[in-house]
Write a protein of this length. Sequence first.
Length: 207
Amino acid sequence: MASSVILFHHIPIDIPRPQIYKRLGFRKDMTKLSDIRRKEIEAYIDDARSLIRLQGMGRRLKIRDIRDAKIYLSNDQVLSSKNLAAFIAGSAEIVLMGATAGHEITEAIRVDAAEDRMTRGVVLDAAASETVDHALDWIMDYFGRHLLREGKTLMKKRFSAGYGDLLLESQRIMYELLEMERIGVELTKSCILVPEKSVTAVTGIMS
């Protein structure tokens, strides 16, 4: 039987500053920043930190079968992808995960763009993207710790809808299985998650 969804009301991670600077195009020991410029960016990162509301979902599911480039799950859902099938080959279970940075940060990014505060908007965007990605790392760590008690491990990497040949339409299955509406995330007809800074992913469990 499929396991129930685990809801993470609050994901307690800090803003990943080095990764944000990297996303913004700055390279350690290569990019020179004036004190004024650095203080400006740091202030915007602090703004992002105050606006991000990290929440997430996770769910463990058994695999019934993998054949013909399809992954048949224990709840009768099917993910179609040759790349994903190869990625989790040898796994008897998967972990689905999703996370969102919330509506406040995406609204702030929208307002900054509308009011021509481009620098702040770009920094907020980078901070939200990196932070929500690190939220998935946190969820993977959560499952990884629990799996160790069973003598199992979680794969180090993950796979998202829209990557390789896992079509974006697969997002609908992942969204429904994760019940992401419970954390205020919606799915458009074109399978885009709203708010924008929301993500889903899947990885395998190794015995």
